[in-house]
Design a protein around this ligand. Sequence first.
Ligand code: NAP
Length: 255
Amino acid sequence: MGLLTGKKALIFGIANNKSIAYGIAKKFKEEGAELAVSYAGEKLESRVVPIAEELGAKLCVPCDVTCDEDIAKAFGIIAKDFGNIDILVHSIAFAPGEALKGRYIDTARDAFKLSMDISAYSLVALCKAAEPIMNEWGSVINMSYYGAEKVVTNYNLMGVAKAALECSTRYLACDLGEKKVRINSISAGPIKTLAASGIGGFKNILAHIEERSPLHQNVTIEDVGDTAAFLASDLSKTITGETLHVDCGYNVVGI
Ligand code: NAP
């Protein structure tokens, strides 16, 4: 019996097999969960559907999280064809490339709105849509980064969006807690993915973590998957509203 046997997980944010959401989905499958996955839109269908098949997902639905109608439509299909869920994974973020380099002070209003919408507000919207089909003792997991807490060169606007995401997690913990549903953020160390490739000087960040983190290495999508499985399981039943660092200890280091 796996840690997640008998549980149903809905996962947002698989773009390819390097995605953090892919590492999470793979681990969930190994631990016995039934999977449904959602992808950003029709242009990604040819890339995501084969991955969903490889993972044995029962359902694969398109959903652009900036669009309320898309969210309502996707959750209608999920409720009908997949049923109630125990786990919701939000592994979604976006900021325009020009907002991920140079001076934060130069951030444009449109870039700010779009990034906050996709990277932070979408968590609120997905929780609201999932609430009616979430089983008691359900678990919501989202993905954050250290740039929410401290200044990380070039992370800029995304750091501000992640701070909003982590704070939303605390407020959502109180709302969802009334229904005995939990929500936590995983603050993952840097990993080379599609989203990360947009961040200026990303290679230097990876090298810095290897040199300075207590464990002197970087994390993998498998490491994040392991922690996500713990947070999705009954082993973490009384943990909610937390930001859990999966970063080889980097966040505890000062001078
Ligand atoms: P990724 O593979 O590029 O995943 C990002 C996902 O967000 C993609 O599936 C992307 O779909 C989706 N997305 C963007 N806009 C969307 C929209 N409007 N509607 C629905 N989905 C949308 O990169 P990743 O690194 O695994 O990122 C996953 C999460 O982990 C993000 O929240 C990221 O900030 C966080 N994180 C990453 C790192 C890291 O170093 N990689 C570290 C800590 C936290 P499209 O491909 O269609 O845009």
